[in-house]
Design a protein around this ligand. Structure first.
Ligand code: GLN
Ligand code: ZN
Length: 766
């Protein structure tokens, strides 16, 4: 059986690529040094995969920024505005052009905006969205894939396997930049370039090529099935002698199984971690010559593989297809896992014995084959490790499980309906019309960050640390009072990250030192690991909220991260359903909400920016997800009195299609991103007659630009066309932690002026 991977993490175990790219962008290193770092990383990764027994080794999975962006370059789908980057500035290379497309370009008198970026299916990776025009033409532009193949061929004895995004997925990933056509109509113009690339790879000696078609796991749009049949027939016709593997992942093939099995390709890769049930139904559909690559090792999580389970899949496939038509692989590219568990020297032995990062997953892929060939000792060791984890008392807390099991409908329900709560809350807080507030965080300056770092390292004492945080909090409250905000926040200076902060205080979470995963470009995230039943043993935020409230007579908003967002931005357990883990977190947050209320905090915000990210890929699964996700939020929010006001916050996604569920969360106030779309989102809220209060963000916090009061005033007037004035709040789009103080203060002063102006206008019309 051949063993292979679909792709490998690019950054390097110590994030060498991130550092090299950022140094290059800042002018600290030259192009040569960047290229040498990249070359060295790729060679290391290739050698490692070869040494671990992989037979087919991906190349061209590496990218300076993003692999979909690289496809736009390969196909010559480069928006016209970037032409001067190479034509006018001859020293620029293809990498500079890629960076310009990904990040914008403000040099040599040019001022070019970046291409759009969006999430890669249901992962936290973001890709650069290809741009297509009606008269779009394609041509072979980039040599990256050929260079990568040649380099791998020279280095390796194993077979290098160039990886490309397949033609149908490439088109579907993109966006029409003008009306009057659908991007799939471009396929006949695109295919000749694909065929040229594949022929050239074949002529250079490539035996295999991997074409990623993750859309085969989705609900296909009209015309896509035909596009698949046409594209792969053309490729088969023109690329004889080249073995093609079509890779699917993140979901099962389901209704696309017959289509996938009908494609004239040599091998189909399927994700058996996400969709184990698809194997049995797919096997009878495979034509006699097609091989099947079994994605049995989780490419998206950090747990050790359960060998006996994987072996069942392998045996089932081999029984039908025979050994030489079966391959073993991780479920998807290892891009989504951290690089190397061996670097986690601080983690305790027991926890570490449950995990596998990318490097360890290579070993697992190889070991599965050796066990299949009869090496029982490897299997026994794995079975013992899996059993030890399943039985560990660190994971299972009967009291937590029992409490989740006994959650009732009433626990997910505020005492009274919103309209009754609203009256009580108005009486209690006496806020003006268009009340002003912020989303939580205030600028995290270098001083604050180094303060937290010194405390973590043990360089300063807890008392000193607390004192400094109190001072920062107090100053921020004074400033908010002077600006004239109505509902204040403490500023979140004690938090490094909105999920990590809570994870560190909750039971059941672990943290890594080097568990970085690429999010976009050079940006990486280090998700916590939820390994056991989650419980809250002590207050998490009460101390800071109480201190902050003691500094002011204005209402102070308590600030929490919601259960779905904590789940979504962590590595999750694979031994219980996500819904169960989320319910445990929801109870912990609920206890914190109640504790805040007891401590005198009357307004509490539970952030859920990631609720939409958790949406399943398939439409058919969405209702079920939304129902447990919304319920988890409601459980976290419903332990309080009617007069306590619950806020939630969401950002950076399109909420139109889940508006009903957002309403179902029944937060008294929702603050939401709208300023970049000029309040377009509000139409959905208006059409639906969203019943509760809303703070549509009136300015974009992702830019240092200070909006004028007049701009924000006109946005508020626009909002009032859609939403009754008594339900409108005034706030920025999101937290201010990435901004600097001067622009923050100026923008908030303008925002308060805008709110005052609209209030005055309302008075005049009354
Ligand atoms: N309360 C958080 C903050 O202000 C919310 C961040 C977010 O929405 N991502 O930073
Ligand atoms: Zn936000």
């Amino acid at each position: 059986m051949l063993k292979h991977t679909l792709g490998y993490p690019r950054m390097g175990a110590r994030r060498q690529l991130k550092k090299a790219c950022e140094d290059y962008w800042q002018g600290r290193i030259g192009r040569q040094e960047l290229f040498v770092t990249a070359q060295r990383l790729q060679e290391e990764q290739w050698r490692l995969q070869e040494a671990s027994g992989m037979d087919l080794i991906p190349c061209n999975d590496f990218s300076f920024y993003d692999h979909v962006l690289d496809m736009s370059l390969l196909m010559g789908a480069i928006p016209d505005r970037y032409a001067p980057v190479v034509t006018d500035i001859p020293q620029n290379t293809e990498a500079d052009l890629a960076f310009a497309m990904a990040r914008g370009y403000q040099q040599h008198g040019l001022d070019l905006t970046a291409m759009e970026m969006t999430k890669w299916f249901d992962t936290n990776y973001h890709y650069i969205v290809p741009e297509f025009r009606k008269n779009q033409s394609f041509r072979l532009f980039s040599n990256k894939v050929f260079n990568a193949f040649d380099a791998a061929k020279h280095l390796l004895k194993a077979t290098p396997k160039p990886v490309l995004t397949g033609p149908v997925s490439f088109l579907l990933l993109g966006k029409e930049k003008e009306p009057g056509f659908h991007r799939l109509e471009l396929l006949p113009k695109l295919l000749p370039v694909y065929i040229e690339v594949l022929q050239r790879l074949r002529d250079n000696g490539a035996a295999w090529v991997q074409l990623d078609e993750p859309f085969l796991g989705t609900d296909l749009p009209a015309g896509a099935a035909e596009a698949y049949s046409y594209a792969y027939a053309e490729i088969a016709k023109h690329c004889k002698g080249l073995r093609t593997m079509v890779a699917t992942y993140f979901e099962g093939l389901r209704d696309n199984a017959e289509l996938a099995a009908s494609l004239p390709v040599c091998c189909l890769h399927i994700d058996l971690v996400r969709a184990p049930e698809q194997l049995s139904s797919l096997l009878p559909l495979l034509p006699p010559k097609m091989s099947l690559s079994l994605g049995v090792i989780d490419g998206r999580n950090i747990w050790k593989n359960n060998y006996s389970r994987s072996l069942e899949f392998i045996r089932e496939a081999v029984n039908v297809l025979g050994e030489n038509r079966v391959m073993i692989a991780p479920s998807c590219s290892l891009l989504h896992t951290p690089a190397d568990l061996d670097l986690e020297t601080d983690m305790d032995e027991e926890l570490r014995s449950w995990m596998a990062f990318a490097k360890q997953k290579l070993i697992e892929t190889d070991e599965l084959n050796r066990i299949f060939q009869g090496d029982d000792s490897l299997l026994h060791a794995n079975t013992a490790a899996i059993a030890a984890r399943a039985a560990s008392s660190r994971i299972h807390k009967p009291a937590v499980k029992a409490r989740v099991a006994s959650i009732t409908e009433a626990d997910a329900q505020r005492a009274s309906a919103f309209l009754q709560r609203q009256v009580l809350q108005q009486q209690r807080f006496r806020l003006p019309l268009y009340p002003t507030t912020t989303i939580g965080s205030f600028p995290q300056t270098a001083d604050i960050r180094s303060l937290r770092a010194s405390y973590k390292k043990g360089d300063i004492l807890a008392a000193q640390y607390d004192q400094a945080l109190e001072a920062a909090t107090r100053d921020t409250i004074r400033l908010q009072e002077s600006i004239g905000l109505d509902v204040l926040v403490h500023g979140e200076f004690e938090r490094n990250d909105m999920v990590e902060y809570f994870g560190e205080k909750l039971e059941g979470f672990a943290f890594t030192q080097h568990g970085w995963v690429q999010s976009y470009g050079s940006r990486c995230v280090k998700p916590p690991v939820i390994y056991g039943d989650v419980s809250r043993e002590e207050d998490m935020t009460v101390r800071w909220s109480v201190f902050a409230q003691s500094c002011t007579s204005l209402p102070m908003k308590g600030m929490l991260t919601g259960p779905v967002t904590i789940l979504q931005w962590s590595f999750v357990r694979d031994d219980q359903p996500r819904a169960e883990t989320t319910a445990q977190i929801a109870l912990a947050i609920r206890d914190e909400v109640v504790a805040l209320e007891k401590a005198g905090i009357g307004i509490i915000q539970i952030d859920e920016p990631a609720i939409r990210e958790g949406l399943p890929i398939r439409q058919a699964d969405r209702e079920q997800y939304l129902s447990w996700a919304v319920k988890a939020f409601r459980v976290s929010a419903s332990g309080v009195q009617d007069a306590t006001q619950i806020h939630t916050h969401m950002c950076y996604s399109d909420f139109n299609d889940i508006i009903r569920h957002i309403a179902d969360m029944d937060a008294d106030v929702i603050t939401i991103e709208t300023s970049r779309s000029q309040m377009e989102l509000l139409e959905a809220f208006a059409d639906f007659r969203y019943p509760n209060e809303i703070g549509p963000g009136v300015y974009d916090i992702h830019s240092p630009r200070v909006p004028t009061a007049a701009e924000m005033e006109s946005l508020l007037h626009k909002a009032a066309e859609y939403i009754p004035a008594r339900n409108i709040w005034v706030n920025p789009d999101c937290g201010l932690k990435t901004r600097k103080w001067p622009e923050t203060e100026a923008a908030l002063r303008n925002m308060v002026s805008a709110a005052r102006a609209v209030r005055a206008a309302v008075k005049e019309t009354v």
